[in-house]
Design a protein around this ligand. Sequence first.
Ligand SMILES: O=C(O)CCC(=O)C(=O)O
Length: 260
Amino acid sequence: MAKEWELTTGVTDQQVDFYQQNGYLIFGRIFTKAELDRLYAYVDQMIVDLPENKRPEQMDTPHFQHPFLFNYLAHPRVLDVIERFIGPDIVLWSSHFISKRCNDGLVVPWHQDGVYWGNRLEPMDVITMWLAVDASKVENGCMRVIAGSHKDQDLRYQTVANRSENLFGSELVTEDRDPSKAVDLELAVGECHFHEAFTVHGSNANTSQQRRCGYTMRYMPASVRCNDAKANLSHQIYLLRGQDRTSGYNRYSSVPSFPS
Ligand SMILES: O=C(O)CCC(=O)C(=O)O
């Protein structure tokens, strides 16, 4: 019989400890089935509406154009969980749908988000919640992590060999990752996992008949300074809970009104 749709609400001290030690954590469901079904239908339509030259792995910062997504990004149940990891002052850094079509979904090369983001954030302290809009399994290219790798911030990168098969253009060099510590983060639909800004992670191509769509929801403590405004980058960040702790350095956008 199929497992019931149960919500995981509290975060135990053991889970926080596991996350801190390993740089990732497989969690349960934070959204109800009705909530997830609504998101599923919404992102399905977004994919249908994509321009021909845009792949469904590339739906970066969709919340800038789709306030509806704040139903999920700013949901009190999500923020209660995030608060256990980063404290009560919570900023939305970014979000990204990475949907891999069946049979031709791209590889996500091994990388650390914090290296890609460079000096845009100081200190680099971001937690990503990865929400399974579809079931995410080895066969359809679930996310993989190298356990404990978040403690390594001096790893080396190279240009990927086959750019058209990869979502990003650079990847960790082979010598700087330990495949014996790779963990496949399989999830049922609606479940989520978390990873830290320097956790080495990636995912294989989707060679199965099942789509693999995940929603990355990224948060940072309000003490992290965002240098985007100084660098004339237009990326928007939102203070979702608590207070600014950068003495006014950060510029926050107002959370848009969104349909409940
Ligand atoms: O969806 C994936 O396979 C990779 C996700 C990722 O790179 C991220 O969440 O930072």
